[in-house]
Design a protein around this ligand. Structure first.
Ligand SMILES: Cc1ncc(COP(=O)(O)O)c(C=O)c1O
Length: 374
């Protein structure tokens, strides 16, 4: 919790004002009315069919390849899916490749499973495919196994970077050459803010061969739903659904999956996204416009085409911890880039969790204190 009077630009989840609480409530009622007792029973090991069928239709919208329910497994969110994958596809001592700057909390999940994280060099378009291959070769030459590469191609947390299609293809080809599994974390794909959908997923480009895609409703509906999905080849999905945990407990979040299926089937989910995107875009602009206007020319703001974050690269004369401290002096909390592994001094600002007026005045305050040289 931020101290009273502070504006916390740390949290990467929706302002409660943007969460469709009534719509979600009606979706639960509709699911209970339609499925009765079966909505409260153990769910199918791979997840309720209406949920996977509705998701398959939603995903086929952007990916040229047709998704089917067999390509999907219900999860209780991306965090749980990452833990499942680490448990299913690795053993302690294995290495996970990641982008050099990445979602910090995923790293804790990998470390809990005894995995070592090895960063891959990135440029403005994303991970360098040659560097990724070299890293795989080096790890294997040292006698260790690479479990998988964990990548966030779309509206990256923390940098908002979007990997272009050509680089996506190069990454898929490089991974295939090395027989390397890619785990594609696509938490923000539905949150494109300038009217243009994200490029096709790595998973679809690879036609599900050697790539697994993870999605979540935490960022578009609400994190408390604990609902997500894993997309992969039917063989892999069946294999994951055949684990002891599913035999014992069925699919996670069964009732919630049926409720969200209602929302997807009656158009409520897409209507919500169509209302949400311009409101999020407005917040992004409320935060970034004053920063772009006022910050000295040697600060760099990455373009933010989607997602929840604005990434500010700091000039050489402003240390990261100093930027964080100066922000705090004007009652604004920001996340240091080093938290996400960034070697360049930077800060991450979330534009999703506060109303535009507060974001605008926070940005003006930040520009004022950050511009002071010496
Ligand atoms: C890239 C990324 N993956 C996963 C998560 C967590 O997702 P979930 O709530 O579905 O576990 C987050 C949340 O910040 C995220 O930014």
């Amino acid at each position: 919790m931020a101290p009273i009077g502070f504006l916390d630009l740390g949290p990467g989840y929706l302002d409660p004002e943007l969460v469709p609480t009534d719509t979600i409530g009606r979706a639960y009622s509709a699911a209970l009315a339609r499925y009765g007792d079966t909505a409260l029973a153990y769910g199918h090991n791979q997840g309720a069919l209406p949920y996977r069928a509705a998701l398959a239709r939603h995903l086929t919208r952007t990916d040229a390849e047709p998704w089917t329910p067999a390509h999907l497994l219900t999860t209780s969110g991306t965090s749980q899916a990452l833990d499942t994958l680490a448990s299913a596809f690795s053993r302690p001592g294995d290495v996970v490749l990641t982008e050099a700057t990445t979602y910090d909390l995923a790293l804790n999940i990998f470390r809990d499973r005894g995995l070592t994280v090895s960063p891959v060099t990135c440029d403005a378009d994303g991970p360098d495919p040659d560097a990724m291959e070299r890293t795989v070769e080096l790890v294997r030459a040292s006698g260790r196994r690479v479990a998988f590469a964990y990548l966030i191609p779309t509206f990256h947390n923390p940098t908002a970077r979007l990997i272009p299609t050509a680089r996506r293809i190069d990454l898929v080809v490089a991974a295939r050459r090395q027989n390397l599994l890619i785990v594609e974390d696509d938490a923000y794909a539905d949150l494109f803010l300038d009217g243009t959908e994200a490029p096709p997923s790595l998973t679809a480009l690879a036609t599900w061969d050697g790539v697994l895609r993870l999605g979540t409703f935490s960022k578009t509906l609400a994190p408390g739903l604990r609902l997500g999905w894993l997309g992969g080849s039917p063989v892999l999905c069946r294999r994951l659904a055949d684990r002891g945990v599913a035999h014992s407990g069925g699919s996670p979040s069964h009732l919630t999956a049926l409720a969200v299926a209602e929302l997807m089937q009656d158009g409520g989910y897409v209507e919500h996204l169509e209302r949400l995107r311009p409101r999020l875009a407005h917040r992004r602009d409320a935060l970034s416009a004053p920063l772009r206007e006022r910050l000295r020319h040697d600060f760099t703001l990455r373009p933010v085409q989607g997602g929840m974050f604005t990434w500010v690269e700091l000039p050489p004369w402003l240390l990261e911890q100093e930027a964080v401290a100066r922000a705090s002096a004007v009652s604004v909390l920001v996340q240091p880039g080093s938290r996400f592994g960034s070697r360049e001094p930077a800060v991450r600002l979330a534009h999703c969790a506060h109303p535009p007026t507060r974001l605008r005045s926070a940005a003006a305050g930040l520009a004022g204190v950050w511009n002071q040289k010496g």
